[in-house]
Design a protein around this ligand. Structure first.
Ligand code: URA
Length: 299
């Protein structure tokens, strides 16, 4: 089976009546927005930068204090298929990779059954840090972490996004409907700046101990190849907010200088510094290599 990026060319589809916008994501902070990227390589480099930001993140003080490391996500940075789970558990926290425990083994098995493996997909979570004791993510934590997931979706450009379990499903559908009601039902959703085919699935961890749920999960998984065969959903036209033209900053000073009221502007005076963005600083990296593809688990 060829890798996902070779399997499905990005054909443009006509307008789709099924498109639903969860456009509160479109209001994502401009700091993490980017112009459309030309190449997968550029997007992959941007993804590494996003990882650098995430691994120094202290937005959730409890998670930052208790995690071993940030579990950013792993897989094919140009995948057509992306999975979004809930949050890292103890194994993931230790290894720095998503879905490496029992639930991950089941995920691998189900992927294998549809002819795919981890090199073909990208796997991430709603939260990038382990909640202590594997408790449920708190709403504030989901909100803090949402920007990283949005950035991943924007940069990887998956065509199909499978949400695993309630937390990812509710977040990406922007709707409180539970997984039992919506699993296995594909819909085109605009998430952030892109339309994707969203396909909610039961969480593999839940299916581990409930044979009936495993049956349903397996049946829903069997629907994934057909989704990947569908044309890419039509992309929304994002209208960037008008940015007011920069005023001629020095004009007023020149005019007043002519009237001898202020010093004329120095020829090489630097422009005022832009407002600093409140992004987390990358961690202190003494003696640490910048993240390479292996550390990020990128293929
Ligand atoms: N469960 C998740 O939701 N994510 C993981 O990475 C592991 C288990």
């Amino acid at each position: 089976m060829p890798v996902a990026s070779q399997m499905f060319g990005g054909g443009a589809a006509g307008p789709s009546p099924e498109v639903t916008a969860t456009d509160h994501y479109i209001a994502a902070r401009p700091s993490l927005r980017s112009a459309p990227m030309a190449t997968p390589e550029q997007r992959r480099e941007e993804l590494k930068l996003a990882f650098e930001q995430a691994r120094g993140c202290v937005r959730c003080s409890e998670l930052a204090a208790t995690r071993t490391q940030v579990v950013f996500g792993a897989g094919n940075a140009d995948a057509d298929l992306m999975f979004v789970g809930e949050a890292p558990g103890a194994n993931e926290d230790r290894m720095g990779l998503p879905f490496v425990g029992q639930a991950g083994k089941l995920l691998d098995q189900l992927l294998g059954e549809i002819g795919l493996n981890r090199n073909d997909v990208f796997i991430a979570n709603v939260l990038k840090c382990r909640p202590p004791g594997n408790r449920d993510p708190h709403p504030g934590e989901i909100e803090h972490c949402r920007e990283y997931l949005m950035r991943q979706l924007e940069l990887i450009e998956p065509r199909v996004v499978c949400t695993l379990g309630n937390f990812a499903t509710k977040l990406l559908r922007g709707d409180p409907a539970g997984i039992t009601r919506v699993h296995g039902q594909e819909e085109v959703r605009v998430i952030g700046r892109r339309a994707v085919r969203l396909y909610p699935l039961y969480h593999p961890a839940a299916a581990l101990y409930t044979p009936r749920m495993l049956e349903v999960l397996r049946a829903d998984f069997a629907g994934i190849p057909a989704l990947l065969d569908k044309p890419a959903p039509a992309q929304p036209q994002i209208v960037e907010p008008e940015v007011a033209a920069e005023p001629e900053a020095e004009d007023w000073r020149e005019e007043l200088a002519q009237a001898s009221l202020v010093e004329p502007p120095a020829a090489s005076e630097p422009a005022p510094a832009p407002e600093p963005e409140p992004l987390p600083e990358p961690p202190e990296d003494e003696g640490r290599e910048p993240p390479g593809p292996e550390q990020l688990g990128l293929f």
